[in-house]
Design a protein around this ligand. Structure first.
Ligand SMILES: [Fe+2]
Length: 190
């Protein structure tokens, strides 16, 4: 799978990403550089078609904007409708999130060092259109997000793997109990 929409700003961002990934083997360095580039791209304007911003009826959806053929990174349009959110989950890779529309409410948790122990929340933020946040590095990748406000939240998410096929952890925060899941990609809305 390659790029699924034509947008000049997004195309330039994608072309740059491969080089950034190759030049920054340290995730902690890479996410800061990617965040800067994504912030600039959002400021320049990324035009997403309605097929990539339509909320799902049952749950949040992840539309593929680009999946690197070598599996080094992927970019999703993630859409939360009003009232929708995620369980507490991990990513098992790095990730950078930019808000395209709406407001995303995020609670962050320390990645548990010991399996089966309750999670400890270590952050809480509300992210608005144009803002960019480092959502995760492999060693610090646990959070829960939901749509805040009365319009759907659309985010452009950049991850260090094909996030639609990557097995990830979901956590029961009170107990630390883990179950594994895969997001799967949503086909663009017709
Ligand atoms: Fe997430």
């Amino acid at each position: 799978m390659t790029t699924t929409i034509q947008d000049a700003t997004l195309t330039s961002f994608i072309e740059e990403l491969g080089g950034l990934v190759d030049r920054h083997p340290d995730e902690h360095e890479l996410v800061e550089v990617v965040a800067d580039r994504l912030r600039a791209a959002l400021s320049a304007g990324i035009d997403l078609p309605p097929s990539m911003t339509k909320p799902g009826v049952e749950r949040y959806v992840m539309y593929p904007l680009h999946v690197d053929p070598e599996g080094r990174f992927s970019i999703a349009a993630a859409v939360w409708n009003v009232g929708q959110g995620t369980p507490v989950h991990g990513h098992e890779t790095w990730g950078v999130v930019g808000i395209h529309a709406g407001v995303e409410h995020e609670r962050s948790f320390a990645k548990p060092a010991t399996p089966g122990t309750p999670l400890v929340q270590d952050g809480e933020d509300s992210w608005t259109a144009g803002q960019v946040t480092v959502c995760c590095t492999t060693d610090d990748d646990v959070h829960q997000v939901e749509c805040e406000g009365d319009v759907p939240c659309v985010g452009i998410h950049v991850y260090g793997a094909d996030i639609g096929t990557l097995p990830r952890r979901s956590y029961q925060p009170d107990t630390g109990e883990v179950s594994w899941f895969t997001s799967t990609w949503t086909a663009p809305a017709g």
